[in-house]
Design a protein around this ligand. Structure first.
Ligand SMILES: [Zn+2]
Length: 261
């Protein structure tokens, strides 16, 4: 049976999970826009939160901050990115989380893409990874590591030579795939041909048209992604799914997908 859930507010994630009937949740354990070390907003320490979640039968994923870009050729971005990612991996381990999600990141127009893949290898190789690190595909940008599949293939190739490669997995975001111009039709097969694994789906509809490059999530069936193909992605991915859609629609979204898969 596929597990479903949503990204929830960190103030009381377990109450939020129970309210919408989620089996898994995704949380931020720090300010998603900041370089500051994790400072969870929930009213327990990490171990207690983990124990409470386990008791409630709820699996937890941690989304790392958006500022992280381990691909960057700029030392002042890349080095703090690795540090912040390590802090999130460590905190997630204390929590007993099922995975830490990080965006693929990008280089700038003046850099060769290869520099970004090399930086990813070094990051993975140097990290202490006790909880699976799940790299997520992104929606826009011409120099992104994990937007176009030909680049994802090069990224995966670079990482595969690290001793830590087995601890790195993939998070497939359906809105980002649609917006980036990767058709949902055949999506899972295209990804599996590269990564060999999909550990988590970020199940989101898209407010914008295919190929728009815009990262704006919509509730399921309310956006521009083909609803039949969203369902087909879930059938084929054989992975748990987290909604990152507007939260007022989470209950409807969970019912929408559960009734179709
Ligand atoms: Zn996502």
């Amino acid at each position: 049976m596929t597990l479903f859930g949503a990204h929830v507010d960190p103030a009381d994630p377990l109450a939020a999970a129970q309210e919408i009937g989620a089996e898994i949740i995704q949380v931020n354990i720090g300010d998603p826009q900041s370089w500051k070390a994790p400072a969870p907003r929930f009213p327990w320490d990490l171990e207690e939160f983990g124990a409470r979640a386990a008791e409630a039968g709820i699996g937890i994923y941690v989304h790392s901050p958006f500022v992280i870009n381990v691909a960057s050729t700029n030392n002042r971005i890349r080095i703090p990115s690795r540090k912040l990612l390590q802090q999130h991996l460590d905190a997630a381990a204390r929590l007993g989380a099922w995975g830490v999600i990080v965006h693929g990141g990008h280089v700038t127009a003046n850099d060769p893409m290869e520099a970004g893949f090399e930086n990813w290898f070094k990051a993975v190789d140097g990290l202490r990874i006790e909880v699976p690190l799940l790299i997520e595909n992104t929606a826009g940008g011409n120099h992104a590591m994990a937007r176009r599949w030909e680049n994802l293939a090069r990224l995966w190739q670079a990482i595969s030579t690290s001793n830590n490669a087995k601890r790195v997995g993939f998070c497939l975001d359906t809105c980002h795939a649609h917006a980036s111009g990767n058709p949902l039709q055949g999506l899972v097969d295209d990804v599996l041909a590269i990564t060999g694994r999909i550990d988590l789906v970020h199940l989101n509809d898209s407010r914008d048209t295919e190929g728009s490059g815009a990262d704006r999530h919509a509730n399921l069936g309310k956006g521009q992604a083909d609803p039949d193909w969203l369902v087909e992605v879930m059938r084929r991915a054989q992975a748990p799914a987290i909604l990152e859609t507007p939260s007022e629609g989470h209950t409807d979204d969970l019912e929408w997908i559960r009734s179709r898969v």
